[in-house]
Design a protein around this ligand. Structure first.
Ligand code: ARG
Length: 457
């Protein structure tokens, strides 16, 4: 088949060579953005009197027909037309005749493809921000129910100090808040029009880049034509922000998986977000959480793939850059799948407060309370730490917990200890009293929830 760019060629490539160079199998995802970009371009060409009004109208109506067909899934693409841009141009010419060939006046596929991706990401990032917010609201809902549910908090995966389960959950709210803010801030750099940069150097036609940018809803234009067609930072930034988001989801997934195990039994995932085993009838597996954790790998991979592709590319456009798309699409797809899954999983999970209570009452996570108690009575904290550590050791030897030690034994360790120590050692007391700003104290968690609710509107 003859190419739209075939003029200077004597021979045509074989099908398998065309297939290697073509991107139509994946960049057809950009069909609506490409048509939108073309419509703005032709309107601008007409407004600037570069194209006669009738030609522009004909082209516009042809583009509208293609848009309708695209929405109905009626467009047929061909590999020999390489990519979505040339396929659509060919389809337009088939639709309205040779006048369709005027569409590409003052434009190149280089500024065209960049425009498409800016449009695409602007929409997807906006949708992802909404998904993040939906997930945040599920966290708030669970956290609010469990402000006063006390669990062991961990460091090194060893019991550390008792905390509010709501406080623990809210940690993920704040991570997601930063992810959301990063996505929002990145819009500033996505929301810029490369259209009109041409192949790389601009154009001799008296175009109006600001007009086409405005028609596309962009807030600004690239100020350097080479930069406009060479820049893929906005995609890298998206992939990087997505990697951090997935890292957060993956950490959360890891906890969900641990908490669902027989060893913890802190939560039970709803049946609708769990799977069974083909051989072991008793199994209920947290597959969805594992998959989100697993998919984090491909999102990191997409970031590193594009960073590596771009490294060392001379200005301006190079065909290498066609490799920017699949990773971006894959990351969008992964995020759009993972966020609602996680939201549903969190909203529907059952929290096993009895297991949590049992756990937090049979450990030494209240040891800091005893040390703080002594320090508050004037003993240097380092000494209080030592006294408490020795008492913990005694308990371990006798098979007790601190609360089980008779008052005489405690007083033998330090005469500062009085009857009120037993109240102090209760996990509920320990949590309630940690009322420093941002601490796990119930009042602080309520305060935090109030701020969070304002942030998600
Ligand atoms: N399919 C190409 C891509 O995705 C479009 C730009 C092609 N430009 C060119 N000069 N070959 O990067």
């Amino acid at each position: 088949m003859t190419k739209l760019w075939g003029g200077r060629f004597q021979k045509t490539a074989e099908q398998w060579v065309d297939e290697f160079g073509a991107s139509i199998s994946f960049d057809q995802k950009l069909v609506l953005e490409d048509l939108q970009g073309s419509m703005a371009h032709v309107k601008m060409l007409s407004a600037c009197k570069i194209l006669p009004a009738q030609d522009a109208e004909l082209i516009l109506s042809g583009l509208q027909t293609l848009q309708q067909k695209a929405q109905n899934g009626e467009l047929e693409y061909s590999v020999s037309n390489e990519d979505i841009h040339l396929n659509l141009e060919k389809l337009l010419i088939d639709e309205i005749g040779p006048v369709g060939g005027k569409l590409h006046t003052g434009r190149s596929r280089n500024d065209q493809v960049a425009t498409d991706m800016h449009l695409y990401l602007k929409n997807r990032v906006t949708e992802i921000i909404e998904l993040i917010e939906g997930f945040q609201s599920a966290i708030v809902e669970q956290a609010e129910t469990h402000v006063e549910t006390v669990v062991p908090g961990y460091t090194h995966l060893q019991r550390a100090q008792p905390i509010s389960f709501g406080h623990h959950l809210m940690t993920y709210f704040w991570m997601l808040q930063r992810d959301k803010e990063r996505m929002q801030e990145s819009l500033k750099r996505i929301d810029v029009s490369p259209l009109g940069a041409g192949a790389m150097s601009g154009t001799s036609f008296p175009i109006d880049r600001e007009l086409s940018a405005e028609l596309l809803g962009f807030s600004g234009v690239y100020q350097n034509s080479l930069d406009a067609v060479s820049d893929r930072d906005f995609i890298l930034e998206f992939l990087s922000n997505s990697s951090m988001l997935m890292m957060h989801l993956s950490r959360f997934a890891e906890e969900i998986i641990l908490w669902s195990s027989e060893e913890f039994r802190f939560i039970e995932l709803d049946d609708t977000f769990s799977t069974g085993s083909s051989i072991m009838p008793q199994k209920k597996n947290p597959d969805m959480a594992e998959l989100v954790r697993g998919k984090t790998g491909r999102v990191y991979g997409n970031l590193f793939g594009l960073l590596t592709t771009l490294k060392g590319l001379p200005l301006a456009y190079n065909k290498d850059m066609q490799e920017d798309k699949e990773g971006m699409f894959d990351t969008v797809h992964t995020l759009m799948g993972s966020l609602p899954i996680f939201e549903g999983m969190i909203r529907t999970m059952n929290v096993n407060t009895a297991s949590m209570e049992k756990a937090v009452n049979s450990d030494f996570s209240n040891a800091t309370e005893l040390a703080d108690y002594l320090a508050a009575k004037g003993m240097p904290f380092r000494e209080a730490h030592d006294v408490t550590g020795k008492l913990v050791f005694t308990c371990i030897q006798r098979g007790y917990y601190l609360k089980d030690l008779p008052l005489e034994d405690l007083q033998a360790a330090s005469p500062l200890i009085e009857e009120d120590i037993y109240e102090t050692l209760l996990p509920q007391t320990a949590v309630k009293r940690r009322n420093s700003l941002g601490g796990t104290g119930f009042d602080q968690v309520h305060h935090q929830l109030g701020l969070a609710k304002k942030l998600i509107g």
